[in-house]
Write a protein that binds this ligand. Structure first.
Ligand code: WTA
Length: 630
């Protein structure tokens, strides 16, 4: 795999990638195993949002992650699994073992009639079976849709129905810290509303008492007991759909972001190797859940494509105590550690005493992802975890981008705390002004767009290409719009300032304000709600809900409980509002639109200077809300 060894080389590589993108990405793709090589590296048209990479080529993700390493690295550890409870044994799977499991499960899927193009929903905790299921799907050309195991039954059924999955893979239950989550019970409720599901495979993880519905539910172990361990891969055309991953936007229901085979594979492999400067033999620990894109690209696919050893941790950073991440690093001799700023901030508040007994000397590179990292957290991470000796790669990217777009290259790019620094080779970042023009020069700020395709970019929204075009390619014609605001300093370094739309980033989880409002409004106590974000010390952003009540709603505290419960049921516990203010009226314009801008200011704690309020129907409403602000 191409690797960048110095800052000068980075600049050279960047220049080549912009001047000759097709030649550049063709060379990167040479590293991978292909059935047939591509005829055309790139065809694209941002106006219609159509992008194709490596047309005419055929390849297989699972073969590239597993089979191709067997000759030289069959006995190398592919996956280390660390359980929630440190008293239980961790597990390792070599490339050979993982390959066998995946081949068996691919045969299980085929035996159940799953074929290329079928959608398979995966609702599993952080256990190796999640990776096995994902890799087996890609092996046979089935499209996986992993749903984070913190989502509610309503969220699962919505996602299953949107992409018409015919199979669901789940587990009986899981412990996160000392909390038990009955996954199968949640699934049972979801499956009351999903006519497309024919079978449900259940992995027995905790021996929990569950109901198995005859004819529908089948135990993973029964299916695997006699499964054939030999499976010859078929290679698929480069643009064959690989997976769907639902993510929140500023409007409507979550979108099924669609990634396709060859481009995503090449980009995941290339960025993993280069951003982290991965060296053969190193142990890589990404703390993200496989239910989010970071888990897809940098826990499963990126590392395996490179023959790396990847750690999958089932638990939480604070169980049994706040040193658990460092115990995992110590125990498994982790070299590269990749986490979210929210985790860093929550640990930072617990002090530094805990580090005294941990050996973190194996660490070489640290990473950050999912939200802006504030300088204080950056320095704490650098000092206590990296011992001021590990580069921190602040990696900016999105579900839609497939892989990291802006980031330092470990050990190569000079760092600046809280800056994602520079675009990776092939990534043509631009900042746009309000009028839709590119802003030239440095020392500036605007909306972040990308003006040229890269292999890992999403190709569509599943079943709704027009929504894809509208969401990402219509704000600035001819550009992919990220939804993020961004600064470019005097050195040309990028610093992401956060979303400029109605998407919240709560503990690194992307949540649409509209989704939370829809959930709240479903309760008959509520007439109307408006949800905004506010700065939160640990979560980055907290959720602040303003609600107006129906006449029969009783007791403010009761109403708040009911709202939290409703959001938990409709979305999941991570989307519960932190603050709920009950108001008589919401501030509206004469045409009836809620003025969120004002609510955002109030939620941020502003008492005066709320901006222009002259278009409000009744300006006194604002004073009343201000007086009751939480
Ligand atoms: C935010 C997560 C600042 C950003 C990989 C983006 C970041 C959204 C960073 C995507 C970072 C991600 N610095 N902000 N290093 N990384 N973001 O789809 O607002 O869950 O648009 O993908 O997270 O979130 P998503």
């Amino acid at each position: 795999m191409r690797q960048i060894s110095s800052f000068a080389k980075y600049h050279e590589e960047y220049k080549t990638s912009i001047e000759q993108p097709e030649a550049f990405w063709a060379e990167v793709a040479e590293y991978f195993a292909w059935g047939k090589k591509w005829d055309k590296v790139l065809e694209w048209n941002f106006t219609d949002a159509n992008v194709k990479w490596y047309s005419g080529g055929t390849t297989n993700m699972s073969e590239n992650c597993l089979d191709r390493h067997l000759e030289k690295h069959a006995n190398k550890v592919a996956l280390i699994w660390e359980p929630n409870d440190p008293k239980e044994a961790s597990k390792s799977l070599t490339y050979r073992q993982l390959h066998t499991e995946v081949c068996k499960f691919a045969n299980v899927l085929l035996g159940l009639g799953i074929k290329q193009g079928d959608r398979v929903c995966i609702y599993l905790p952080m256990i190796p079976e999640a990776a096995v299921a994902m890799l087996a799907c890609t092996r046979i050309g089935a499209i996986h849709s992993v749903v984070f195991a913190g989502f509610s039954s309503t969220s699962i059924s919505d996602r299953i129905n949107d992409s018409q999955c015919s199979l669901l893979i789940t587990a009986d239950a899981v412990y996160r810290g000392d909390k038990k989550i009955d996954l199968k019970k949640i699934v049972d409720d979801a499956l009351l509303l999903t006519p497309s599901i024919q079978k449900c495979i259940v992995f027995n993880h905790r021996n929990s008492a569950i109901d198995m519905k005859p004819g529908r539910d089948i135990w993973w172990s029964d299916l695997m007991a006699n499964a054939n361990p030999i499976h010859q891969v078929a290679r698929f055309e480069a643009e064959t759909p690989l997976f769907i991953l639902y993510t929140s936007g500023s409007t409507g229901k979550p979108k099924g972001v669609l990634h396709t085979t060859a481009g995503y594979m090449v980009y995941a492999g290339y960025t993993f190797k280069n951003v982290f400067n991965y060296q053969m033999g190193e142990v890589f620990f990404c703390t993200a859940d496989v239910g989010w894109v970071t888990g897809h690209t940098y826990l499963v696919y990126g590392p395996l494509l490179n023959g790396a050893t990847s750690v999958m941790f089932e638990g939480t950073p604070s169980y049994p105590d706040h040193g658990r991440f460092w115990d995992v690093v110590d125990k498994h001799k982790v070299n590269i550690f990749y986490t979210a700023p929210t985790a860093i901030r929550s640990l930072q508040s617990q002090g530094e005493e805990i580090f005294k007994t941990k050996d973190l000397s194996t660490l070489r590179v640290l990473g950050s992802v999912g939200e802006p990292i504030n300088e204080e957290a950056w320095h704490w991470y650098d000092k206590n975890v990296g011992k001021e000796n590990c580069p921190i790669v602040d990696t900016w990217w999105q579900t839609e981008t497939g892989g990291i777009l802006i980031s330092p290259i470990a050990g190569v790019t000079p760092l600046k705390p809280s800056f994602a620094t520079l675009p990776l080779p092939g990534i043509q970042t631009v900042l746009m002004d309000e009028k839709g023009n590119e802003i030239a020069g440095n020392g500036t700020e605007g909306n972040l767009c990308i003006k040229f395709p890269w292999p890992g970019m999403a190709r569509s929204v599943y079943g709704d290409h027009e929504r894809f075009r509208q969401t990402y390619f219509s704000t600035y014609l001819g550009y992919y719009f990220t939804g993020d605001g961004c600064k470019r300093d005097e050195d040309g370094y990028y610093r992401i300032t956060g979303r400029v739309d109605d998407v919240l980033n709560v503990s690194g989880h992307r949540i649409g304000t509209g989704e939370v409002e829809d959930a709240i409004n479903q309760h008959d106590y509520i007439i109307e709600s408006a949800v905004v974000g506010y700065p939160h010390d640990i979560k980055g952003q907290g959720i602040y809900a303003f609600v107006t009540l129906a006449g029969h709603a009783s007791g403010d505290e009761h109403v708040r409980d009911v709202i939290r419960k409703t959001v938990t049921e409709k979305i999941g516990p991570f989307a519960r509002p932190d603050k709920i203010q009950i108001v008589k009226h919401l501030p509206k314009t004469r045409s009836g639109k809620i003025m969120r801008r004002i609510l955002r200011k109030i939620a941020e704690g502003a008492t005066d200077n709320l901006g222009d309020t002259t278009t409000l129907l009744d300006p006194t409403v604002v004073d009343a809300i201000k007086a009751g602000a939480l």
